[in-house]
Design a protein around this ligand. Sequence first.
Ligand SMILES: Cc1cc2nc3c(=O)[nH]c(=O)nc-3n(C[C@H](O)[C@H](O)[C@H](O)COP(=O)(O)OP(=O)(O)OC[C@H]3O[C@@H](n4cnc5c(N)ncnc54)[C@H](O)[C@@H]3O)c2cc1C
Length: 262
Amino acid sequence: MEILVCVKRVPDTAENEIAIKSDGTDIQRDDLVYSVNEWDNYAVEEAIQIRDKVGGSVTVVTVGDSEAEEVLRRQMAMGADNGILLADDAFEGSDGRGIAAILKAVVAKGKYDLVLTGAQADDGAAQVGGMLAAMLDWPYASLVNKIDTGDKSLKIGREIEGGNQEMNEIDLPCVLSIQTGINEPRYVGIRGIRKVASIEIPTYAAADLGVAADAVGPAAARVKRVDYFTPEMGAGAEILEGSMEEKIDKLIELLKAKGGLK
Ligand SMILES: Cc1cc2nc3c(=O)[nH]c(=O)nc-3n(C[C@H](O)[C@H](O)[C@H](O)COP(=O)(O)OP(=O)(O)OC[C@H]3O[C@@H](n4cnc5c(N)ncnc54)[C@H](O)[C@@H]3O)c2cc1C
């Protein structure tokens, strides 16, 4: 099975204090530590397990700048066979539809049976997988937490309300957005990263993909970000300060004081 997994390089929330720019356009991105979007890590692990079971290959693709190559290498160290970087100044500031349009063009360049995305990324939009499927006119399932492979279709489980599980059969080719917990992503050691350090990763720009530069980017965005801010604290709300241990101690004190803990 030929599998394409869409991965995004995102700020690592465990490693950064995220602050918002004073002009309300974005978060402050200087000196942030980045890693692969958590959901995408599960999607890559799932793709590797499917390939190891039924054969084929796993390609990881990202829309980003040259620094995004590091997440492709990390996923290749994990076991993906190929990486593709989609980089062009014209791609910057795209909305979810723009990102999906760029990814659609790369799907059209290959012969994929299955495309995996994460259920959501750092903007929490959960848009790209569904939009990509619609643009390809392929079937789509979201929040997938189980995949059993078949010949022309897959049996997939979806996480639904109240801890219930739904099972579906979906025709190939299809797009699935993957929920965390579907598997246990393998550890990537430094030796694995060194092994893939010199593999060439092809980079495609808008012209290589046949994507019109004015069909993506901020000018083509139909959802425009107009502000970005931390809301005022509501009455009675309190933000605990200090190290993680200090915050935990203060929280336990508060819960005890309010009768929530004996
Ligand atoms: C400077 C800046 C300006 C922006 N301006 C706007 C704006 O005006 N309007 C607006 O709507 N959004 C804007 N965005 C947000 C941006 O385009 C979002 O990434 C997009 O809306 C999708 O949301 P998400 O990242 O939460 O992805 P989701 O839809 O939640 O992601 C789901 C999955 O899609 C795939 N995916 C997402 N992004 C990528 C990627 N880059 N490469 C490969 N796979 C990917 C991954 O598999 C991911 O798990 C801006 C972002 C930046 C940094």
